[in-house]
Write a protein that binds this ligand. Structure first.
Ligand code: COA
Length: 295
């Protein structure tokens, strides 16, 4: 089984040199990848040879999304946007994907006015990457953890995963996009029920209501997420980016306006190399044989 890198979590101090050392001493999963950015302290970013970038939250046992981690997430997304991979996987700890906002950093409205925008910026930066972004959720994804997963394009959950927006139990509301993205994914009534009661949803229910897109046994989660991401990374990447942009933009538009966006994207995509390659390959060799360049 291939493993995500867990640099800096258990065996390594959170610094650049230690991460490099861990890469050398760890198992096959580490050696198959290439670390290009090692200035993060609360997450790791691995760029693999198959075009997949893996972001792993590494902020202690419960991965609270502190101001500092949110800032690093934003920086990681910016780094990926500047040099786009083929696909992205975001993952967290085995038992806890992320326990949500760092509650110890809460205060009054002044603090909230800083923390809320940090959440929106960090999650929005991943949501707007023109690549397929997969959340691999192994355990609890609560509050901001659920919101981070919702900001991804696709959620693969282990059978042990638990999702929830428990903010109401603190007397507050979601501030990382939960009220908006959850309602778009599961519908407004379920989103209201989850956000207004704080009820947590296990993997099987998450799958049923569309909050998880796939549920797999815990020991298959990493392999499945990496395999899907690697497969997507071989595809027509510019066309994928246009697809994501049109679907996401259309969700906040009328059907007519969304269809107009689609036409614009449809015209634009015929200007890519991959559209020429894909069409020519189909005509010559039949479906599914094209080897795309990502341009
Ligand atoms: N922010 C800050 N600290 C948190 C945290 C959070 N979101 N979630 C957990 N912690 C801390 C706990 O206070 C505890 O600290 P301590 O060891 O100093 O006492 C430690 O992490 C472990 O938490 P604990 O609840 O004992 O672990 P658990 O394994 O029993 O449960 C969770 C894990 C994630 C299910 C549970 O901690 C939880 O529900 N967390 C809050 C989730 C939440 O409300 N998120 C929304 C925030 S707006």
């Amino acid at each position: 089984m291939e493993r995500f890198p867990r640099l800096g979590i258990d065996t390594c101090p959170n610094n650049l040199i230690a991460s490099r050392r861990c890469d050398e001493i760890a198992g096959d999963g580490h050696r198959s990848g290439r670390l290009v950015q090692m200035t993060y302290e609360l997450l790791t970013l691995e760029r693999r040879d198959d075009g997949v970038a893996v972001v792993t939250l590494a902020n202690g046992k419960v991965n609270p999304l502190s101001r500092e981690l949110l800032t690093e997430l934003q920086r990681a997304a910016d780094e990926l946007a500047a040099d786009l991979p083929g696909a992205v996987v975001i993952t967290g700890g085995d038992r806890i994907f992320a326990a949500g906002a760092d509650i110890s950093q809460f205060g009054g409205p002044d603090e909230a006015a800083v923390i809320g925008p940090l959440f929106h910026a960090a999650i929005g930066a991943f949501a707007s990457l023109p690549r397929f972004v997969i959340a691999a959720v192994s355990g609890y994804a609560l509050g901001g953890g659920c919101e981070l997963a919702l900001g991804c394009d696709y959620r693969i959950a282990s059978e042990r995963a638990v999702f929830g927006q428990p903010e109401i139990l603190l007397g507050i509301i979601p501030g990382g996009g939960g009220t908006q993205r959850l309602s778009r994914v599961v519908g407004p009534s379920r989103a209201k029920e989850m956000c207004m009661t704080g009820r947590q949803v296990k993997a099987d229910e998450a799958l049923r209501i569309g909050l998880a897109d796939e549920v797999v046994p815990p020991d298959e989660l990493n392999d499945r997420a990496l395999a899907l991401a690697a497969d997507v990374a071989k595809g027509a990447l510019v066309a994928q980016g246009i697809t994501k942009r049109v679907i996401d933009a259309g969700l906040s538009e009328s059907l007519e306006a969304g269809l107009a966006l689609e036409i614009d994207g449809f015209v634009e995509v015929f200007g890519t190399d991959d559209s020429q390659i894909g069409v020519a390959s189909f005509l010559e060799h039949g479906p599914g044989k094209a080897e795309f360049t990502g341009r």
